[in-house]
Design a protein around this ligand. Structure first.
Ligand code: ATR
Length: 264
């Protein structure tokens, strides 16, 4: 029986086990997938267990997507560029870190037919998922990528990875074609971002990485101002599909049951 884990802290909210176990069953694979609340000092041992095949793969979530890199033997080019790993697997004898958040974001944007080419994009936040979003948006040909974070220095640090970004002060929201909430504000239903979005003209895209709750106040505001909105559900599903493919060598299907799993 193969064993897969998602590690992070907190981890109780993670829906990855539901999704992966559904696909494992659907494809008659002899495996199981669990979540494990993990302390920083446990990471080394978990990676050793991947190396000696006691564990067959890991997903990594907040706050360890960067930390885990210290323990890995090898990174894919995307994981290296973003310094962010969400999927670990044994490649030959090398414990390898991959970043499937990038592909997840790209496919989610393609699915809603939003063309990022030549667009001006504003990202709110500078936490763990932001390098992956910048990477994807850059690949898709955006004209301008601006980042705004409550703690400005963290946004400035992203310039070490991506010279092309523009860092703005928290507060001055310019007009743009797409605004992305990559902060954790919205995870609680009553959370509100203390920013004024009224300078964004109509028919733009408000995108929230959060998918639970389904409609954050950020998305509600966007809709009330006359914009299109999208949450992070499909990004989450697509990053999981990419991880599943790395581990099991086949691409699981999205159907209504899969979508429902994330809505319960
Ligand atoms: P981490 O910062 O540990 O990587 P994360 O969940 O990936 O964690 O990121 C949280 C993001 O939400 C950060 O950009 C954080 O801003 P700070 O860097 O200033 O902490 C942002 N965030 C959290 N609470 C916020 C709030 N009340 N207002 C604005 N931004 C907030």
């Amino acid at each position: 029986m193969k064993k897969y884990l998602v590690i992070g802290n907190p981890i109780s909210h993670s829906l990855s086990p539901k999704l992966h176990n559904y696909w494992i069953k659907e494809n008659n694979i002899k495996a199981y997938y669990e979540k494990k609340k993990t302390n920083k000092d446990e990471i080394k041992n978990l990676i050793s267990n991947v190396r000696n095949k006691k564990i067959d793969g890991l997903n990594v979530t907040v706050p360890y997507k960067k930390e885990i890199i210290n323990h890995l033997d090898k990174l894919t080019p995307e994981a290296n560029k973003t310094q962010s790993v969400n999927t670990v697997f044994l490649n030959g004898n090398k414990v390898t870190g991959h970043n499937t958040d990038i592909r997840g974001f790209e496919l989610a944007i393609k699915k809603i037919n939003f063309d990022i080419k030549q667009k001006e994009i504003l990202i709110l936040g500078a936490g763990g998922v932001v390098p992956s979003i910048i990477f994807a948006i850059h690949e898709m040909g955006a004209r301008k990528i601006s980042v705004m974070n409550r703690t400005r220095s963290k946004a400035e640090n992203l310039k070490n990875l991506f010279k092309e970004i523009i860092v703005l002060d928290w507060g001055e929201i310019p007009n743009c074609d797409m605004i992305i909430n990559a902060t954790s504000v919205g995870l609680k239903k009553e959370d509100k971002i203390n920013l004024d979005f009224s300078k964004i003209s109509k028919n733009k895209l408000f995108y929230d990485i959060i998918y639970n709750p389904v409609k954050t106040n950020f998305l509600k505001t966007g809709r009330d101002l006359g914009n299109n909105t999208e949450n992070g559900k499909m990004m989450f599903i697509y990053q999981a599909i990419a991880a599943f493919k790395i581990w099991h060598g086949l691409e699981p299907k999205i159907n209504n049951d899969v979508i429902k799993l994330l809505e319960e």
